[in-house]
Design a protein around this ligand. Structure first.
Ligand code: 6R9
Length: 656
């Protein structure tokens, strides 16, 4: 091969087939059925999506062209008229689902609320009228900076209803990060709350908004709409700031959904590049609605009896696609929880599962690793027998964490769907279908029907089985991002130029390394920016970390490369130990030897550093870039605005 790719060194052989009883009741019941759908879709993706768009969604007017592909610009269902708020709400009102729970919400202090489809529809319509009253019109951008309360979903759906573009900024971000995002999108209105509850404390959201907007820093913002959540004292700037409940009370509940062009912008969501300013990922209406609808339905095998819970925050793409739009478009019951495991209630997730009889539970590896550290006693103290499907997203899951999830949470009966996707892809790209796909711990398995994925070298040639390379998508799909807001050139450079077009055919490069095994299963090996180069061997981070985590002493591991005169780079491992182990030279030796025996001498860590914590993004992804700086003894460079807890870096530095 002409170009260096990534070597794969870990072999995971365990396989788990869906049980016969589960498959019998599933929407897609066997791997043969999946294969049939997949093949049909691959033969003509546009026709496949058009058939589903017609069957599954309401269109005010049908499209003229299914797909207009002028790389790297894809337009789906061109000329079609659609409204995602209509598909998520109105169309359910003429069915028995009118009085079904659309949202079940549980607040951190223990307060709760259930909104039926009829109730949710009413509140969305009222809020849409409030937005109009405040001068928001089609195409205007609205910034949301909200706690995890129903009003967050209501605000998103209200924007979509009148064709305003929402730009949700995660409530944990700083005033500066909020200001940058509001400025970039030139938001007209900001919707926030006085505060929210997080880990037994109040997060003062409105005060952060005031800071972000101080000195007229974002001149496009004319109003701030404030939900009363905590009741704490806040400043209300007269003329600018309005209470949500004041305006909602008097607003009419009659607000027909605006027929939107399929390609009208639905939302902007910012994702951090490793350097430079965050990218405003732009999603449009029709394709996004269809893709999130289908992936939710098939990947979670949705039934009307399900209580579906995705633990993400609405500030992330996972919250957009799989708390709000995908589930509601399907008429499902979506649970929203304001809290996170915290000292006063580390087992709160299991309380919620038991209280509401959750059947589908979707979370992230970072949470699973935290559960493992907290021990089995917490989940074992609750009745989790309602669960039937488990999901994971956000990072590669180490096989041992997968096994724990399978055994302790899933009681060995629940299929695990490991869903690989990105803010940019809008929805699941690689994922098992729970009644059909045999799973392997650590693999996101196979492409969703209609997705043509591959692993290639830098020239764009497919690599062989079990050879590492670059994960790409070779045919446009309905929910792909359309551009970086205000910077089309950055869109082209970031995703379409690393792997050059071959014979005029463009491929989307996701930025992740992967390999495909002899069964065609994909194994995501981590971000290619994080690849470690030891004596000419390019190693992904995931496999070495998984080898370390398979040792009983290791709760969590992050590996990075450190410059080395002889080898180019040597492996440095940052380790969080299980509580009953103590750091020391003996254990260091044992762990190095463990990596050698699990995957080989090439991956042997030169250096092991024990720590209590790791630097993570606010959505829980390990920031290896910062660890790389630390390992090399360098200053931290690049953007740290997404870092969850700055003090972690200082602690790691002291420990070095
Ligand atoms: C949905 C979301 C995207 C990046 C992606 C990859 C990593 C997400 C994964 C996974 C392995 C999975 N990632 N899911 N890696 N297996 N199941 O997380 O979006 O925040 O944009 O992050 O997350 O590296 O490229 P986003």
């Amino acid at each position: 091969m002409s170009q260096p790719t990534i070597e794969s060194i870990l072999q995971e052989k365990r396989t788990f087939s869906p049980n016969a009883e589960f498959s019998r009741d599933a929407r897609i019941q066997s791997i043969e059925e999946y294969q049939k759908i997949y093949d049909r879709a691959a033969a003509d993706p546009a026709a496949f999506w058009a058939e589903l768009a017609e069957r599954e969604l309401h269109w005010f007017e049908k499209w003229d062209t299914i797909l207009d592909w002028q790389p790297p610009v894809a337009k789906w269902f061109v000329g079609g008229k659609i409204n995602i708020s209509y598909n998520c709400l109105d169309r359910h009102l003429t069915t028995w689902r009118k009085n079904k729970a659309a949202l079940i919400w549980e607040g951190e202090p223990g307060d709760s609320r259930t909104l039926t489809y009829a109730q949710l529809h009413r509140e969305v319509c009222q809020m849409a009228n409030v937005l109009k009253q405040l001068g928001v019109t089609k195409g205007d951008r609205v910034g949301l900076y909200m706690p995890m309360i129903p009003e967050a979903a209501i605000a998103m759906l209200a924007c979509a209803r009148i064709g305003a573009v929402h730009s949700v900024v995660f409530g944990g971000f700083s005033a500066e990060a909020l200001r940058d995002r509001l400025s970039d999108g030139e938001a007209k209105l900001v919707i926030t709350a006085d505060g929210g509850y997080r880990k037994d404390a109040i997060v003062s959201l409105k005060a952060q908004v005031d800071k972000a907007l101080a000195n007229d820093a974002v001149p496009s913002v004319t109003n701030v709409l404030v939900v009363k959540r905590t009741g704490e004292a806040i400043d209300m700037e007269s003329g600018r700031d309005r209470w949500w409940h004041d305006l909602q009370q008097t607003a009419s509940a009659d607000c027909p959904a605006e027929p939107m062009d399929s390609e009208d912008m639905l939302f902007i969501l910012y994702t951090s590049g490793s350097t430079g300013k965050p990218k405003g990922v732009v999603h449009t209406t029709g394709g996004y609605n269809l893709y999130t609808h289908m992936t939710t339905q098939w990947t979670f095998d949705l039934k009307d009896t399900d209580v579906y819970w995705c633990t993400a925050d609405v500030g992330w793409i996972t919250g957009h696609s799989y708390i709000v739009y995908g589930p509601l478009s399907n008429g499902a019951t979506s649970l929203m929880y304001e809290g996170v495991p915290r000292p006063s209630n580390p087992g709160c997730f299991w309380d919620v599962v038991e209280k509401y009889g959750v059947t589908i539970f979707y979370t992230a590896p970072t949470a699973i690793r935290a559960f493992i550290k907290m021990g089995e006693a917490l989940p074992k103290a609750r009745d989790l027998s309602s669960l039937r499907i488990l999901g994971t997203v956000g990072e590669p899951i180490n096989p041992e964490a997968w096994m724990w999830y399978h055994q302790v949470i899933g009681g060995e009966r629940c299929p695990i769907v490991d869903t690989w996707w990105q803010t940019e892809t809008g929805g699941f790209m690689l994922t098992p279908l729970p009644g059909a796909t045999p799973t392997k711990p650590g693999s996101a398995t196979l492409p969703f029907p209609g997705i043509i994925a591959d692993v290639v070298d830098l020239d764009g040639n497919s690599v062989g089985d079990n050879e590492g390379g670059y994960l790409v998508v070779k045919h446009p799909w309905p929910s792909m991002m359309r551009t970086v807001y205000g910077d089309f050139d950055r869109f082209r450079r970031s995703y379409w130029e690393h792997i050059p077009p071959k014979d005029g055919k463009y491929v989307y490069f996701a930025g992740d390394g992967a390999r495909r095994d002899e069964d065609g299963y994909f194994w995501v090996m981590g971000r290619v920016d994080d690849v470690i180069s030891v004596s000419g061997h390019r190693l992904g981070t995931m496999e070495i970390e998984s080898a370390l985590v398979s040792h009983p002493a290791v709760a969590e591991a992050a590996v990075v490369g450190k410059p080395d005169d002889l080898k180019g780079e040597s492996v440095v491992a940052f380790i969080i130990l299980e509580s009953n182990y103590t750091a020391g030279e003996e254990l260091e030796k044992t762990l190095k030897q463990h990596v050698v025996s699990e995957i080989g001498a090439i991956a042997r860590p030169g250096d092991i550093r024990f720590s209590d914590d790791l630097p993570k993004t606010r959505s829980g992804k390990i920031m290896r870039r910062l660890l790389r700086n630390l390992a090399a003894g360098e200053e931290i460079t690049g953007d740290t605005s997404t870092l969850q807890d700055r003090s972690v870096l200082d602690k790691l530095r002291e420990g070095a």
